[in-house]
Write a protein that binds this ligand. Sequence first.
Ligand code: CA
Length: 219
Amino acid sequence: MSRKTIQLDDTVYNYLLKHSLREHPEQTALREATAKHPHGGMQIAPEQGQFMQLLVKLMGARRTLEVGTFTGYSALTVALALPPDGRLLACDTSAEYTAIGKPYWQRAGVAGKIELVIAPASETLDARLAAGAAGAYDFAFIDADKTGYDAYYERCLQLVRPGGLIAFDNTLWNGAVAHPAQDEDTRALQALNDKLHADARVDLAVLPIGDGLSLARKR
Ligand code: CA
C-alpha cells in the first residue's frame, strides 16, 4: 500500500504493542516504574527493546555492552535475550539511576549476567581495550549523552568483532535532526548520522522505531 514507513497514530501504535509485546513481568514493572521518573522519557520504547532482543538472539550474541543504562530497562531486556553464559557490560555514570533497576534484574534472574560499571563510559571502554578485549563483543547499544556518541562509536567499533553490531538510540531525535540545529545535542546527532552514512567500515540501517535506531554492522 505504501512505499514509505507507515505513520502510527495512537490506535495503530497500541495495536502494534498488543500484537507484539512479550515482556517479562519484571520488564513491564520496571518500565512502568521508570515512566513515573522525572526523566522517564529517556527510557527506550518497549517494541524497540523487543526488536533488540530479536537481534541479539539472531546473532547468537554472548558478549554485549551498553553505554547509558539509566534505570536498567535496556540492560534487563538484552540480558533476558542472552544465553545462560551471556554477559552485558553496562556503562553509566549514575549510581542513583542504575540502582532503580537492580532489584528488577535480580527478580528476573539475570543480575549475574550484568556487570555494571559506574564511570565515564569512554574510560571503561578504553580499559577494556587496554585489557585486550578488542573484537571480543558481539553487540553494543549506545544510548547516553549525545555529544559523546562519536567517541563511544569509535571505541565500540574496536570492541565488537567483524560482523558484530552497534545500535545507536535517538538518531532521529524526535525529528529535530532533519531541521537546522539549535543545540549541541542535535548537531552531534546530525554529525553522527552524516558520518555513519558515509562510513565504509560498517553496513547501515536507520529504523524509525522508538526515537530512531541506527544499526551499524562492522565489516
Ligand atoms: Ca535514549
